[in-house]
Structures are given as structure tokens and as C-alpha cells.
Design a protein around this ligand. Structure first.
Ligand code: NAD
Length: 367
């Protein structure tokens, strides 16, 4: 029987998981789609755009009741999740690496779940990788947020009233978010330097025209599949000294460093913040996993001795239209593996499916 896919409205988030264009493509693959009323409104996708492509509009309770598969960027809150009928499938981001209870809770409730944050970092899966898409937007947004909070220009300015030096930006962690932050800060005319523990990052940083901050002696990460690995005590000490020296000179620090399944490394100590210039800004994109700055408070902006510290990991939320489009493209590419001739078909021999189908594989615990 043809699968019915439901799109839920996010709580406290302007994005929507599937935009009309992707819904239309899924309908062409034989699925029926039902969307919660006004789910896409804040991302510029009015209900009419969904009905135009053949999607049914309904209230939340009807979507939950009628859909076999429910799509959402973040899972329903625990109280609502407990009321979901058994046998439903959820496709969302459950963060099983951090929420160690979630898999067993879903299993006990008789729910099936695919966790998009478990999509492997392989070439084949790249077009489904919601983490990368959202990280890229967050990197861009972090620079814009910093530029608004900084009481100075980013570019060099030569005016009749005097000349202004370009702002110095230090990006810590040069993965997807960090590289986008570097590119954005360069476009705004800042002087940019960046640091990452992964050996491959140096060339990428330099290709964007930024200076790479060197710390010798990082642990070999060639077998880590693009993830950073834990570093030795000695390396961490040298890294802290180097970062401290560069941080003191920086107008803005953007931090993005993550360690999969673990607390983010502290790269900017409180003492370093206290030596930064008055008016300096830190945007900590690792805030939700503990933060890269010792003083970061998740989901808050604080000012410590004249330095503004913004702790926001999910800045892609603030660009809801493009964020929804990219998330939706990734999600469609993933759902294409599961909707075959209109039917929900699970092929566990596919690595992308077996990695993400958390209620079957429990893959977060096994790895
Ligand atoms: P991430 O979010 O896991 O981490 C962000 C960055 O922080 C990484 O570059 C990491 O090396 C760095 N970091 C960790 N600890 C650090 C420390 N102590 N000091 C400084 N930096 C530290 O990573 P990401 O941005 O998602 O991606 C990292 C790499 O993996 C990139 O090269 C990216 O292109 C690649 N990637 C590939 C795929 C794919 O092929 N499907 C998907 C996602 C990412």
C-alpha cells in the first residue's frame, strides 16, 4: 500500500523539514503527503504552495493519525512522543550519541526511528547530510552575528575622517561551519586566521585565503573518517598556548570544534577571554555540546569583562527559507532510498539505512 508521509510543524523553529518542491517529487514516486497547517509559513512556504503540488493540509492530530511516517527537523517533545500511536515511523534528528536513553525509549513505545544525524560521512551520503548543510549556514550566520555585535568594521576603511584597520577574525575548527565562516569573513574584508587539529584542514584554510595557525604534533587522524580525534595532553598544552596568543589579538573568534559523541573541547579559557580586547566577540557554535569557550552559556549571549560571548549552535534556524530548502533536499535524497514504487521499503543491506535506522540497529551504542 502507498505510504503516507506526514510533515509536522516544528516547535519553536521557523524551518520546515520538507518544502513543496521535494513533496512534489515524493508524490511522483507514489507517496501520499499530508502537512500540518502552517508548517512552512515562517520559512516562506505557505499552505497553498503545498496544496498546489498535491499535498493535503490537516491539523497536527490528523497528520499524526493518518501518516505512516512523520518528518520533523527535531523530534516531538517527550510528552507528545509518548502519545504517538505504536508502529509509526519518525524521521528526524534524535542525537543518540548525546541522548543515550532515546533509542530504548522509542523501542519501548513501539516506534520506528531514522536519525538523520547518523548519516555516515561517505561520498555517497554527502547529498543527504543535513548536519553539513546546516553547519554551512551556521558558519555564515555566525560571522554576520559577530559583525553586528562588534563595535568595529570588518573591512579596512580609508575615509576623510581617518583610516580603520581591518578586523582580525580567528576561526577555531575548520570543518564545514568553520570554512564557511572563513569564506564569509573574507568576503566582508576581515583578516582571517584559522586553526584545526585535522591535518587536511590546513590546505582548505589556505585555499580560502586565510592564514593557518600551526601547532605541531597532532595525533594522526587519517583513519577517523573526517572526524577529529582526541589529542595528547602535551599537544593540548601547546595548542592552548598558541590559541591564547592569537585570541588576544582577535576582534572576533568563531568556534566550531566538535568531537563526535563527546563534549566539545575547551579551546578558549576564561583567562584568555579576559585578555581579549574590549568589544571583542566570540560566537561559539559548539555551545550545545558544552562549548569551545569556558564561559559559553548555551542559547545565551553574555558579556564578560567587555567581551560578548554568543552561545548558539543552531544558527541555521535564523535563515529559515534556505535552511528548509537544503534540509528538504537532503531529506528527499534520503527518502528516495526508502520510498520505492510508493511503498516504504527498508533495505538494511544499505549502509546509510542501517546506520540511521536507530531503533533496529542501535548503531550509536555499537560504534
Ligand atoms: P565536526 O562538526 O565534527 O567538527 C568541526 C571541526 O572541528 C572539524 O574540522 C574538527 O577537526 C575540528 N576540531 C575538533 N577538535 C578540535 C580541536 N581540539 N581544535 C581545533 N579543531 C578541532 O566536523 P565537520 O565540520 O562536520 O566536518 C569535518 C570534515 O569532515 C570536513 O573535512 C568535512 O568536509 C568532512 N565531512 C564529510 C562528509 C561526507 O563526505 N559526507 C560529511 C560531513 C563532513
Amino acid at each position: 500500500m502507498a505510504v503516507t508521509i506526514g510533515i509536522l510543524k516544528e516547535y519553536d523553529d521557523q524551518r520546515v523539514s520538507l518544502v513543496p518542491k521535494s513533496a512534489e517529487k515524493l508524490i511522483a514516486k507514489g507517496a501520499s503527503i499530508i502537512v500540518e497547517a502552517r508548517a512552512g509559513e515562517q520559512a516562506s512556504f505557505a499552505d497553498q504552495l503545498y496544496t498546489d503540488v498535491g499535498v493535503k493540509i490537516a491539523d497536527r492530530a490528523t497528520v499524526i493519525q493518518q501518516a505512516d511516517v512523520l518528518l520533523c527537523i527535531y523530534p516531538p517533545e517527550p510528552t507528545e512522543r509518548k502519545q504517538l500511536p505504536q508502529g509509526k515511523t519518525l524521521v528526524s534528528q534524535f542525537k543518540p550519541y548525546f541522548d543515550h536513553e532515546v533509542i530504548s525509549q522509542l523501542q519501548e513505545q513501539g516506534l520506528h526511528a531514522f536519525s538523520l544525524d547518523m548519516i555516515p560521512r561517505t561520498t555517497l551520503a554527502q547529498r543527504m547530510d543535513v548536519l553539513s548543510s546546516m553547519a554551512s549556514i551556521a558558519g555564515y550566520q555566525a560571522v554576520l552575528a559577530a559583525s553586528r555585535a562588534l563595535p568595529r568594521f570588518f573591512p579596512m576603511m580609508i575615509t576623510a575622517a581617518g583610516s580603520i584597520k581591518p578586523a582580525k577574525i580567528l576561526v577555531l575548527g575548520a570543518g564545514v561551519a568553520g570554512l564557511q565562516a572563513i569564506a564569509t569573513a573574507k568576503r566582508l574584508g576581515a583578516m582571517v586566521e584559522a586553526f584545526d587539529v585535522r591535518a587536511a584542514a590546513k590546505e582548505e584554510v589556505q585555499s580560502l585565503g586565510a592564514r593557518f595557525v600551526e601547532v605541531e604534533g597532532a595525533t594522526d587522524d587519517t583513519a577517523a573518517g573526517g572526524y577529529a580525534v582526541e589529542q595528547t595532553e602535551e599537544y593540548r598544552r601547546r595548542q592552548a598556548e598558541t590559541i591564547q596568543a592569537h585570541a588576544k589579538q582577535a576582534d572576533v573568534i568563531i568556534t566550531t570544534a566538535q568531537l563526535r559523541g563527546r563534549k566539545a573541547p575547551i579551546l578558549v579559557e576564561a583567562a584568555t577571554v579576559e585578555q581579549m580586547r574590549p568589544g571583542a566577540v566570540i560566537v561559539d557554535l559548539a555551545a550545545s555540546t558544552g562549548g569551545n569557550c569556558a564561559l559559553t552559556q548555551d542559547e545565551k549571549t553574555i558579556v564578560h569583562q567587555g567581551v560578548t560571548i554568543m552561545g548558539y549552535s543552531d544558527l541555521s534556524k535564523d535563515m529559515p527559507q534556505n535552511a528548509s530548502e537544503l534540509f528538504s533536499n537532503n531529506l528527499f535524497n534520503f527518502l528516495e532510498l526508502l520510498v520505492i514504487d510508493g511503498e516504504w521499503t527498508i533495505d538494511l543491506s544499505n549502509e546509510i539505512i542501517s546506520n540511521t535506522f536507530i531503533t533496529i540497529t542501535g548503531s550509536a551504542e555499537e560504534e
